[in-house]
Design a protein around this ligand. Structure first.
Ligand code: SAH
Ligand code: SF4
Ligand code: F3S
Length: 459
């Protein structure tokens, strides 16, 4: 593992200043998970650090950067489609720089394809290139040739990278990077490299800065936050880290994702119960309710172990809610095994589910398994899963009517003249109100619901 601290690259800034007549503009788009969104915020911060302005349309941009996700095939196809659409812009403006970075760029076949079939892509680099972006850009401009990095794993932790956060009230805070779990369907360990934790002092310093800057919701990020602390000199685990961070005085809430069930401890649940800053909501991805499938996925827990943990949390944290990720149609998943997933979904009573049809990822173990079921079979199962979930969640959401909840106002609602606020339990309530409330706390009386959306009025 490599540890370092960001340093401003004055030479690169100078090269850029010489190349552009006016201050150049950059457009950065991030796909995929919150970790990647946070990386996108850092890419923007680093670009600002060497003189770029940030814009939100490709037409205005001198540099277009796609920060990509490789988790499912569909995500990759979208990126190739969007990169393809830039060809015209490049023809109109040959000085336009087009870059592709992030998880897709960690795969050799993707870099090869970009090299051969997308000659107008100027810059390709992987997930550990954020701090080196100014140097790579300067290199591209100086040499006038494409700069395409071959995938490599640097497994770095770089502190103090400048960041331009998307929001002034909700922040992402990575506590660790990479993943060592190698779930057999998943590409993340191959593209994100080995698991490594940030020093607690560095996490705490960033956390305090966020609270001091008025952030009201801070979400701690990691592919498996429950294994935080492994390999550090301090004997600290994730529950300890939460307790440490929450000693910071202030009016804020803390969320975290993702918790891997195999490492979720009763200590963690006790910590959530004991601390008012921690949201009473746990995202605990189960993936499947079948022990045979869980084993084939290399998840290291059984449905019973998972349900025992859920039961403990229900007993320990009054009003706790759960959400989960589920994969439908893992290779060889039978009808009976799928029904075990439906049973588990009913047993837990999730408030929210994130559901995915299995997508084959080259290089993973599951990609080699026989897969006798058709896509149509899997789509039909997915529909049943979604129906089952709606039958559970809609009445559970409706049953909250009558309560008054403190919510963080996030955005305008879909209905004109309304706002969306997020409850502690991660549900969203729509209520009448003006835009000036966005980013504030509000007390909202819940009056009813529409599907999984709560409706309310400000009190
Ligand atoms: N580290 C997190 C998940 C990161 S990926 C965890 O372990 O929970 C987010 C979700 O994408 C996963 O939980 C899984 O449900 C889904 N996913 C990952 N690989 C997939 C694949 N090959 N096909 C379909 N879904 C996948
Ligand atoms: Fe992928 Fe599993 Fe790691 Fe999550 S824990 S990122 S699903 S390998
Ligand atoms: Fe996608 Fe990379 Fe996140 S593959 S889900 S952006 S870690």
């Amino acid at each position: 593992m490599e540890k370092s601290t960001y340093v401003h690259n004055a030479a690169a800034a100078e090269t850029l200043a010489e190349y552009y007549d006016a201050p150049p503009m950059a457009y950065v788009h991030s796909y995929g998970c919150q970790q990647n969104v946070n990386d996108g915020e850092k890419l923007e911060g680093v670009l600002q650090d060497v003189g770029f302005g940030i814009c939100d349309s490709v037409e205005q941009a001198d540099l277009i950067l796609f920060n990509t996700c490789a988790v499912r095939e569909h995500a990759e196809q979208r990126v190739f489609g969007n990169v393809g659409a830039l060809k015209k812009l490049k023809e109109q403006n040959p000085r336009l720089i087009i870059g592709v970075c992030g998880c897709m760029a960690q795969q050799k076949q993707v870099v090869d394809k970009l090299r051969q079939s997308y000659p107008y892509v100027d810059l390709v680099f992987g997930v550990d290139g954020i701090d080196r972006l100014p140097a790579m850009l300067a290199e591209r401009l100086r040499r006038g040739r494409r700069y395409l990095e071959e995938p490599a794993q640097r497994n770095a932790v770089v502190e103090d990278i400048p960041i331009r956060r998307d929001s002034g009230f909700r922040a992402w805070l990575p506590i660790m990077y990479g993943c060592d779990n190698f779930c057999t369907y998943c590409i993340v360990p191959y593209v994100r490299g080995r698991e490594r934790s940030r020093e607690p002092a560095a996490v705490l310093a960033e956390f305090r800065q966020l609270v001091a800057a008025g952030y009201k919701e801070i979400t701690l990020l990691g592919q498996n936050v429950n294994s935080y602390g492994k390999g550090l000199a301090d004997p600290i685990d994730f529950a300890d880290l939460l307790a440490l961070l929450c000693q910071t005085p202030g009016d804020y809430k803390v969320r975290f994702m993702t918790s891997h069930p195999k490492d979720a401890s009763r200590k963690l649940i006790d910590t959530i119960a004991a601390n008012d800053h921690l949201c009473k909501h746990i995202h605990l991805p189960v993936q499947s309710g079948s022990d045979r499938v869980l084993q084939a996925m290399n998840r290291h827990y059984t449905a019973k172990q998972y349900l025992d943990l859920i039961d403990y949390a229900k007993q320990t944290i009054p009003g706790v809610t759960f959400s989960s990720d589920i994969i439908v149609g893992f290779p060889g998943e039978t009808e009976e095994e799928f029904e075990e997933t439906l049973d588990l979904v009913r047993r837990v009573g999730y408030m929210q589910l994130f559901t995915f049809i299995y997508s084959k990822r080259t290089g993973t173990k599951a990609a080699e398994l026989p897969d006798p079921y058709t896509h149509a079979d899997k789509t039909a199962r997915m529909e049943r899963l979604l129906r089952t979930q709606d039958e559970i969640a809609f009445p559970a959401v409706a049953a909250l009517a009558g309560r008054t909840e403190r919510v963080l106002v996030e955005a305008c609602g879909r209905t004109p003249g309304t706002l969306n606020g997020r409850l502690d339990n991660n549900l969203v309530v729509e209520f009448p109100g003006g835009e000036s409330l966005i980013g504030q706390w509000a007390d909202v009386e819940l009056t009813g619901s529409r599907a999984a959306l709560l409706l309310g009025r400000k009190v």
